[in-house]
Design a protein around this ligand. Structure first.
Ligand code: KPC
Length: 519
């Protein structure tokens, strides 16, 4: 379907995407400038966050790009199966948790478990997800001027050629951006109906789970587990590593970790660390999970719902076969800091090149590839980054942990709330955005905050936060830490809340102090 000279409204896009998803439209959706005879600077194979942002940047620099995606929309798994539903579920988990703790007090009614349905939330998401999809297509075409072919898979022929729906397109460069998928553990029964990952949860859940076992201890395990538990589905996490100590997470402060994991247990979750799944049991449908516990004993948990939080692997084999690009032992494509693969003219970006599987990394990888393709040497080092996860809280962190700071610096000052030595149940602080009510009802639920300074240079080394509303602040805090912000400069900031994520207020109480000490 040639859409080049057609401007579709948001509703028309939504409808078109829906018809493509249901198979009513099987032809490619094309916005290709066939009259333009200049060569493409790059073809992006995959139109997720990396492919879309790379395309936008290349356009902005005056280049010509084409982006191809098998789905009938741009934006990739984020708005379809991953980040957007995750944020919806996490927001729902926060609401449900709040309603449960406050049930039958003040103006809150009884909490009705029957109305807290995982399946209803999944259906709500599915019914609405084509609207953001429509916007991505509209914005990419009408505002960003991208050329694209959607609803069609690209086959890479060589380093300059892809084939889409029987037609060959050539470019100076290829940018590979096809992402990664869940990686199920190799245990018997893992293929049984009733075993889900973040994608199949959205596409295939057709009953209300009553009991959940999560295999793996990834971010996804913590986040989705907290949602399932909040929705009244008793959840057990079976993780080989201690939670938040898996390879994919770094700079997790031990006090923050303790607060988070204790909080999950406080909400009734079973957390089995050091445990190995042996088998998913069932007869045509999951009925249980058999596992070996940390003490060596075996246990079987009856369940009707198994969820995988064991990490992801890329789908890189077609690129290895067609181009011979180098990959690591897990199949992730190896790139340098400019996103160049081992094959000249071929770049790879996003989840396809490995952790962190984060939106900012995918988008900035795309931008990095585009800059280099357009002749601007540009490197992207994503070894350090601010991080977050959701339980029923926002858990946010950036920079060094207290232990890391003490290893690297002689003189470290720690400012935290509750202060060291004070139990969280005996102090109604932090009382901050989203936890004011808890401050007057259940102090132990008000969250946790810690800032770490190098006493000598007075520079902020790290910040760690469990609470609400801090993610946005951490985006900027990351930048300020990189710029070397000091405790005195923190004290100069203008807070918009009485105890704004206490780093400003508490830092000001120590600003100017000659020998910086703990608070
Ligand atoms: C709805 C939304 O903004 C999240 S989906 C983002 C996909 S993309 O803009 O391509 O990174």
């Amino acid at each position: 379907m040639d859409l080049r000279n057609t401007v579709l409204s948001m509703d028309e896009w939504t409808e078109l995407i829906h018809r493509a998803e249901t198979g009513e439209i099987s032809e490619p959706l094309e916005n290709v400038d066939h009259d333009n005879t200049s060569p493409y600077d790059a073809i992006f194979v995959g139109g997720g966050a990396g492919g879309r942002f790379g395309s936008a940047y290349l356009q902005a620099r005056g280049g010509r790009q084409l982006v191809v995606d098998k789905w009938p929309f741009l934006g990739g798994s984020c708005p379809h199966q991953a980040c957007v539903p995750h944020h919806l579920f996490s927001e729902a988990a926060r609401e449900m948790d709040y309603m449960r703790w406050n049930a039958d007090t003040l103006w809150f009614g009884e909490f009705d478990d029957k109305r807290a349905s995982i399946r209803d939330l999944v259906e709500l998401f599915k019914a609405g997800r084509n609207n953001p999809h429509a916007f991505m297509n509209w914005q990419s075409k009408e505002q960003l001027g991208m050329e694209y072919i959607l609803n069609a898979e690209a086959t890479v022929i060589d380093a300059h050629t892809v084939e889409v729906a029987g037609q060959r397109y050539t470019a100076r460069n290829l940018v590979l951006a096809t992402g990664a998928r869940s990686y199920p553990p190799d245990i018997p029964g893992i293929e049984l109906p009733g075993v889900y990952d973040f994608a199949t949860l959205i596409e295939e859940l057709d009953y209300e789970p009553s009991r959940c076992v999560i295999i793996g201890g990834s971010k996804i395990a913590l986040e989705y587990g907290s949602f399932f538990q909040a929705a009244g589905c008793q959840t057990t996490i079976v993780s080989r590593s201690p939670l938040m100590r898996t390879h994919s997470l770094h700079h997790v402060d031990e006090d923050l970790r303790t607060y988070v994991v204790d909080g999950m247990r406080k909400r009734g979750m079973d957390i089995l660390e050091g445990a190995h799944p042996i088998e998913v049991i069932g007869n045509g449908k999951v009925t249980g999970v058999r596992m070996r516990l940390a003490d060596g004993t075996e246990q079987t948990i009856d369940t009707d719902f198994v969820f995988l939080g064991t990490g992801e692997r890329p789908h890189s084999q077609p690129f290895v076969d067609a181009l011979g690009v180098q990959v690591d032992d897990k199949g992730f494509i190896q790139v340098d800091s400019r996103m160049r693969t081992s094959v000249p003219g071929v770049y790879a970006i996003g989840d396809l090149i490995g952790a962190p599987m984060e939106m900012f990394k995918a988008r900035k990888c795309g931008m990095t590839a585009a800059r280099n393709i357009m002749g601007e040497p540009y490197e992207f080092d994503f070894s350090e980054y601010p991080d977050f996860l959701h339980t029923t809280y926002e858990v946010t962190w950036v920079g060094l942990t207290e232990a890391e700071a003490r290893q690297r610096y002689d003189d470290v000052a720690v400012i935290q709330m509750p202060p060291k030595g004070i139990r969280d149940d005996e102090l109604a602080l932090p009382c901050s955005e989203g936890s004011m009510l808890y401050a007057f009802t259940r102090p132990e639920l008000t969250g946790f905050q810690k800032a770490i300074y190098d006493s000598k240079t007075r520079r902020l080394l790290g910040a760690h936060h469990v609470g609400f509303g801090a993610k946005d602040a951490f985006q900027y805090l990351d930048h300020l830490i990189r710029k070397g912000i000091t405790v005195d400069e923190m004290g100069e900031m203008n807070e918009l809340f009485i105890n704004p994520d206490h780093f400003i207020q508490l830092s000001r109480l120590r600003a100017g102090q000659h020998n910086l000490t703990d608070l």
